[in-house]
Design a protein around this ligand. Structure first.
Ligand SMILES: Cc1ncc(COP(=O)(O)O)c(C=O)c1O
Length: 539
């Protein structure tokens, strides 16, 4: 790391004094900006009590997972100590046990959260979003004639994998192509509506945060060309910073997949929401596990009667009772802390726009842009209907050559900044944004390159990206630190290792309220950093 911090220190105190001066000229700020800064101050205070694990770290990987609040963990742990959780399968219909009742209440809370109810959707608990996608894929693979699969290039890997079970598949390379198919034009031949078709797309890209039109689901539902087409909307990336509204039945997708840790940081559980009129798709499913059947015989005339309710048929074995209890608590704790998704959306939209604006303005002295940001042409930072709180980019040297995203991730980690780098589990989106063809990718593979490896610039072309993603408990100070990191380490060929920003991090830490903690706790938090082994993340 660097030797001299003086310049950075000066810069930092200038920023701080500029802020102080600005606070004296309050009237010059817009009402909106005032509101945003006040909310930011509230989140900064909240962080010191609710998210002590962030102290000393600039956490910018909320698209990977967001972080659990202390009040959620405390209430969960308190409840676990006093509440007996029996196996829900051990209770009878006439005398359901606490676990059974709690699980049903949690299903209802999940539906409430998305503005819908049990008349419209069924909630099936799964291990994560991927397991939810897999349930749908397996159900389609069991259809007598198999199925055709269409997916958008912004899909996460878990949706790409569905193609392996389909008769045929096609990846739409653009919205235009997807929309012309939605309006009845097949990329292959005549559309055949005797074979079931599944169309999958993400509500938000996990690569660059681009938000896609939710209305595609209703366009398909009401199109005469798609009588046998079903839509799967993957909301895993969207719901961490935005309200998903399933209240308008006509617009609702047939299947919705998500992981709750992306919203609450805990528990590690996911869900598949199935629109009730399409439940029949699961009728061909053959496997059954414990708790999914009414009666079974096991002699030569073996026979099974499955439970009528879809979730009971699909949730094989004992449900993750403790995870579901934590989810039940998490939904309320999150509401208490953030006052709903509307404030989270406004806050993170504002932060992401600031991060984007500042990164996109940085230029080397010769005028070349420092950051090449992968913004979709249909998206605009500041507009939550088209863009989420993610900024994805690569960095150029003044001569135009690329710096490996993996090395930027390593450098960030040395400064306690956590970001995501590499291909981001979004193969088609990444290839498209980087202009990589299948041949380029195969050539890189043949030359020994593998996803996630260091030195991911191959043949002069980046094979990965840097992703900074914000969450409900992100603040302006996180944006400041990250922008300063990029500027200090990479602008004008400064190059890694030439400067240090630890002073900046120290200021950010105190702005986040470490100093607000009682002295005893302050000491404990820095002692903990040294006590834990390296794999726990305190590098
Ligand atoms: C958009 C999107 N879909 C699906 C997934 C898969 O989620 P999980 O790994 O929890 O199954 C992710 C994970 O990052 C994601 O971002």
């Amino acid at each position: 790391m660097c030797s001299s911090f003086e310049q950075d220190q000066k810069d930092r105190s200038q920023v701080v004094s500029r802020r102080t001066r600005r606070s004296r000229t309050v009237k010059l700020r817009s009402f909106e900006e005032e509101t945003r800064l006040a909310y930011n101050a509230r989140i900064s205070r909240l962080r010191s009590t609710e998210y002590p694990m962030i102290n000393g770290t600039t956490y910018l990987d909320h698209a990977g997972t967001t972080l659990p609040a202390r009040s959620l963990m405390t209430l969960f742990s308190d409840t676990m100590q006093v509440q007996l959780l029996a196996n829900p399968h051990s209770s009878s219909q006439s005398a359901p046990n606490y676990s059974h009742v709690m699980i049903e209440e949690t299903r209802k809370k999940v539906l409430d959260m998305f503005g819908t109810d049990s008349d419209t959707y069924e909630v099936v608990f799964t291990a994560n979003a991927t397991a939810a996608v897999r349930l749908v894929a397996d159900a389609f693979a069991c259809q007598q004639q198999g199925f055709e699969y269409y997916y958008h290039q912004n899909c996460h890997t878990s949706l790409v994998g569905v193609r392996e079970l389909a008769n045929t598949s096609h990846c739409f390379q653009s919205d235009r192509e997807a929309e012309s198919w939605i309006h009845g034009q097949s990329p292959h031949s005549e559309m055949d509506d005797t074979i079931p078709t599944l169309f999958a797309y993400p509500a938000q890209s996990n690569m660059n945060g681009r938000r896609l039109p939710i209305t595609w689901a209703s366009n398909i539902r009401f199109s005469p060309a798609h009588r046998n087409t079903y839509t799967l909307l993957d909301v895993a990336a969207l719901v961490s910073t935005s309200q998903l509204d399933l209240s308008t039945d006509d617009h609702s997708p047939d299947f919705v997949t998500l992981s709750f840790y992306k919203i609450f940081g805990f528990p590690d559980v996911g869900a598949l929401l199935v629109r009730k009129p399409v439940s029949h798709i699961f009728n061909q499913r053959r496997y059954f596990g414990g708790g999914t059947t009414e009666m079974i015989t096991c002699d030569e005339n073996h026979w099974v009667a499955k439970k009528p309710r879809l979730c009971d048929r699909l949730e094989d074995g004992t449900l993750p009772i403790r995870n579901i209890l934590a989810l039940n608590i998490a939904i309320d704790a999150h509401k208490n802390l953030f006052r709903g998704f509307d404030s989270i959306s406004k806050h993170t939209t504002w932060l992401a726009k600031s991060l984007y604006d500042r990164l996109s303005q940085m230029r080397h002295q010769n005028g070349i842009s420092l950051c090449s940001i992968y913004l979709d042409p249909d998206s605009t930072y500041g507009d939550p209907t088209t863009q989420g709180a993610t900024v994805t980019f690569n960095i150029r040297r003044p001569d135009g050559s690329w710096i490996s995203s993996a090395s930027i991730g390593e450098m960030a980690l040395k400064h306690n900044i956590l970001i995501r780098t590499g291909s981001l589990c979004n193969p088609a989106g990444m290839a498209n944004a980087l202009g990589l063809t299948s041949t380029n990718i195969r050539d890189a593979y043949d030359s020994g390159f593998r996803c996630g490896q260091p030195n991911d610039v191959r043949f002069g072309v980046p094979m990965g990206m840097v992703r900074a993603s914000l969450g409900p408990m992100s603040t302006v100070e996180d944006v400041d630190v990250f922008v300063k990191f990029v500027e200090t380490c990479y602008l004008d060929g400064n190059g890694p290792h030439q400067r240090d920003i630890s002073d900046l991090l120290a200021v950010a830490d105190s702005e986040h309220g470490e100093e607000l903690l009682p002295k005893k706790k302050q000491k404990k938090s820095s002692r903990m950093r040294h006590r834990f082994p390296k794999w726990l993340g305190f590098y």
